[in-house]
Design a protein around this ligand. Structure first.
Ligand SMILES: Cc1cc2nc3c(=O)[nH]c(=O)nc-3n(C[C@H](O)[C@H](O)[C@H](O)COP(=O)(O)OP(=O)(O)OC[C@H]3O[C@@H](n4cnc5c(N)ncnc54)[C@H](O)[C@@H]3O)c2cc1C
Length: 476
């Protein structure tokens, strides 16, 4: 264990800042108490899932409107019907995919953005494939009914049917988003390129809307189904605007965040300290992250996720960034006074994820130690806590002294495992010796993807429950 340490922070000019920017654990300013984040609302998430299922059934059901026995028997009848089912269900699922990554607060608080993005990734290709099927089936159905070839029917759609040209552009955008999301292709792209292409999906949903209501037989002369479809689109669009636009705008107007200081914590790792107004109302739990947008040249147009590395000390908050690529490098060179826009807080890597009141084990590696530091600070008083930090060199143990101090205050245990992976093994045997019985412990792991996965596997083998292992991946 290392000796406790009280860090002090300067304003980057060598002068001591008149306002204390210290993130030491005691004393916390009492004049501006932090509001705690709400625990997850499991029932709300289940209700939303049920609502989504009902919506899908209704959408598929709409395909039966306007169909008769005669229409099935006519040339191309079955193809046209299947085309309508795939068109309606594919569009509906596309809207659900968009909502999954819209960061709806009720859903995000329970499931967490990382898992929502994972679901979106896993099933995101389905609506695109279903809509591609819709294009093929409808073309075959109409071609058979008109006794023409597929290509001439396709051209007839574009030239003679209402808003079909914009729908074709929407389809092309959809295919582009799908292709750029194939892992092998995505790895070749810059994150920002992939993100911008993905933004076009919103445009695709809007562009396709007119052809749906003008060409869909289930909507023509059927006001109830038309109302349902319009309401669905309006609610989805409203949710996106409210959650991604209005809410962050209101939060940022209230807090008016600006960079106060940037300081080096470890080689290549920097803390960015941010100052704001009304920070006693800044609601966040230890372990959560925000999407940060820095209003500086080249940075303002994209936001990146970073976790808080300490609980707020009104008027300050702090995050800790490892230099990786262009954005993180630029973040560590931010000038004091730079305006900051945040979205969040997000994530369920918090004290609320605990499945019992037993021991809490916190395991962090690399810059993954940073949310572990904030989570440690946020655990309820009296929690039996063991912290395990992993790094190749002692100087890479980010916030080492602050963590040691917090562990001492909580009468917990701290293990620092330092050394190269080749020489110092953190395997099942070592974990058993350090952590003992894990059956009633909640274990939080944050580190590079390979580290978190191997840790989780080893912990399960040592008897830890799957539902008691909580991981934060620093990648979506
Ligand atoms: C939930 C979460 C919490 C995180 N917390 C921290 C933290 O506390 N400290 C820290 O140093 N890092 C954190 N990260 C990682 C950090 O967001 C990336 O390292 C950073 O965005 C890299 O951007 P870049 O341009 O510097 O690097 P690049 O070289 O462009 O990217 C490096 C990696 O980061 C991914 N990435 C790039 N931009 C984004 C983005 N806008 N959104 C999501 N992923 C992106 C890329 O896919 C790539 O794998 C967190 C990531 C997530 C998902």
């Amino acid at each position: 264990m290392v000796a406790p340490y009280r860090p002090t922070m300067t304003n980057g000019t060598g002068r001591q800042n008149p306002e204390s920017m210290t993130f030491e654990t005691k004393p916390r300013p009492s004049r501006a108490p932090r509001r705690v984040a709400r625990p997850p609302q499991r029932r709300t998430a289940n209700n939303l899932a049920l609502l989504a299922g009902i919506g899908l059934l209704i959408s598929v059901g709409l395909a039966f409107i306007g169909e008769s026995l005669g229409s099935f028997k006519s040339a191309g009848g079955w193809f046209t019907f299947a085309g309508r089912v795939t068109g309606l269900s594919g569009t509906y699922l596309l809207i659900i995919m968009v909502l999954l990554v819209t960061r709806l607060p009720w859903l995000e608080q329970t499931v967490g953005q990382v898992r929502l993005v994972h679901w979106h990734r896993t099933v995101g290709g389905w609506p695109i494939a279903i809509i591609a099927l819709h294009v093929i089936l409808i073309t075959i159905g109409y071609a058979q009914a008109s006794h023409v070839g597929l290509l001439s029917e396709f051209w007839a759609f574009i030239y003679h049917y209402p808003d079909m040209l914009s729908a074709t552009v929407a389809f092309a955008l959809l295919v582009l988003a799908g292709v750029t999301s194939i892992p092998a292709i995505r790895l070749q792209l810059k994150y920002q390129t992939w993100w911008v292409v993905h933004l076009y999906l919103y445009l695709a949903v809007v562009l396709a809307f007119a052809h749906e209501i003008k060409a869909g037989v289930m909507f023509i002369g059927h006001p109830l189904s038309l109302d349902f479809w319009i309401a669905l689109s309006v609610v989805a669009l409203g949710a996106v605007l409210a959650v991604r636009g209005v809410r962050p705008l209101a939060r940022n107007l209230r807090h008016q965040l600006r960079v106060a200081d940037v300081r080096e914590e470890a080689p290549g790792v920097y803390s960015v300290i941010i100052k704001g107004r009304n920070m006693n109302q800044f609601e966040v739990a230890g372990g959560q992250f925000f999407q940060w947008r820095f209003m500086a040249r080249g940075l303002w147009w994209h936001s990146h996720p970073y976790s808080l590395s300490a609980l707020p000390r009104p008027p300050f908050i702090r995050m800790t960034v490892k230099r990786l690529g262009l954005q993180s490098l630029a973040t560590t060179r931010l000038k004091p006074g730079t305006r900051v826009i945040v979205e969040g807080p997000y994530g369920v890597f918090t004290r609320h994820a605990r499945q019992g009141d037993g021991r809490v084990v916190l395991i962090g590696a690399g810059v993954g130690i940073s949310p572990i530091r904030a989570l440690l600070e946020d655990l309820p008083p009296g929690t039996n806590v063991t912290v395990l930090l992993r790094a190749s060199k002692a100087e890479d143990l980010v916030h080492r002294k602050e963590i040691a101090q917090l562990v001492i205050e909580r009468d917990g245990q701290l293990h620092e495992i330092v050394g190269s992976r080749k020489k110092v093994h953190l395997d099942g045997k070592a974990l058993r010796q350090l952590l003992g019985n894990l059956s009633t412990s909640d274990i939080y792991v944050c580190g590079p993807p390979g580290f978190s996965e191997s840790m989780a596997k080893a912990l399960v083998r040592l008897g830890a429950g799957h539902d008691r292992i909580h991981q934060e991946a620093f990648a979506f």
